[in-house]
Design a protein around this ligand. Structure first.
Ligand code: ADP
Ligand code: MG
Length: 247
């Protein structure tokens, strides 16, 4: 089997008496979408925060591209190609779509922020930003103010900003949240194609999307992974049905 791109080993984190992560070991393999599901408060966002470096685990390790990154900063992980999209939007709403993509491209280039005022005249940054917008289907809307985009289009723009990093893995926290049925369907189609560029660790509540997209599903309950398997395996797991699917 191919080496995992991303892996956690016995990740644990508590907040006072609450064990939010309890020995979590999961991995993400090349080309796959690995969905993490579980009830509210199960510890999904806490897991992601540790994988991306926003939270330091009490115990356990995070490996990315074969290296231990447990103590690496979020910036260092991002620079190596670990791209994250947020549960709440981190876009600059008053800026244009292109400016947001340029901001990502500038960050990815490692050049100083004062360069931003001239970024749209820099051919290499512009090429990178425009390629990312093209990839998510927003090239025609590049000059629009971000606030004018639909909710779904903003999600696509967040992915475009992440794409400017030329990521080796994506970590997404509930990208379908707040999208209508149409929007979810469109984003599902888009993520389906995205896995060819980089595998996706996908925290998601929308079960239609999860069942349509996931190569593997892990079920998190009270900070513990209670099952990992294919869509079919997870759907017929009696423990999962009890704990989560409510069937
Ligand atoms: P999920 O994303 O699965 O809904 P979270 O990871 O956000 O769950 O939260 C898991 C548990 O940890 C919840 O009980 C939550 O209240 C708690 N928690 C999360 N972050 C903090 C924090 N910074 N301080 C205290 N408790 C927290
Ligand atoms: Mg969450």
């Amino acid at each position: 089997m191919a080496e995992p791109v991303l892996a956690t080993h016995g990740l644990s984190k508590s907040f006072g008496a609450l064990q939010a992560s309890d020995g979590i070991s999961i991995d993400l393999r090349p080309g796959e979408i690995h969905a993490i599901i579980g009830p509210n408060g199960a510890g999904k966002s806490t897991l992601i925060a540790q994988i991306c470096g926003a939270l330091v685990p009490d115990a356990g390790r995070v490996e990315f591209l074969g290296r231990d990154v447990t103590r690496a900063s979020t910036e260092a992980r991002a620079a190596r190609g670990l791209a994250r999209t947020f549960q709440t939007s981190a876009l600059a709403m008053e800026d244009t779509v292109l400016q947001n993509a340029l901001l990502g491209a500038l960050g990815a280039s490692g050049r100083p922020w004062r360069f931003l005022a001239r970024a749209d005249r820099d051919a290499s940054l512009r090429t990178r930003a425009e390629a990312a917008l093209e990839a998510v289907g927003l090239a025609d809307l590049a000059e629009l103010r971000t606030a004018e985009l639909s909710h779904g289009q903003r999600r696509q723009l967040e992915v475009a900003v992440a794409l400017t990093l030329e990521p080796k893995a994506f970590v997404m926290d509930e990208p379908m949240a707040g999208l209508g049925q149409e929007g979810s369907k469109r984003l599902t189609g888009f993520l389906d194609g995205l896995r060819a560029q980089a595998p996706i660790l996908l925290v998601e509540h929308d079960m239609d999307a999860v069942f349509a997209l996931a190569d593997r599903i892990s079920v998190l309950v009270y900070g513990k992974v209670i099952a990992t398997g294919s869509v079919e395996e997870i759907r017929r797991d009696p423990q999962v049905r009890d704990a989560y699917l409510g069937e």
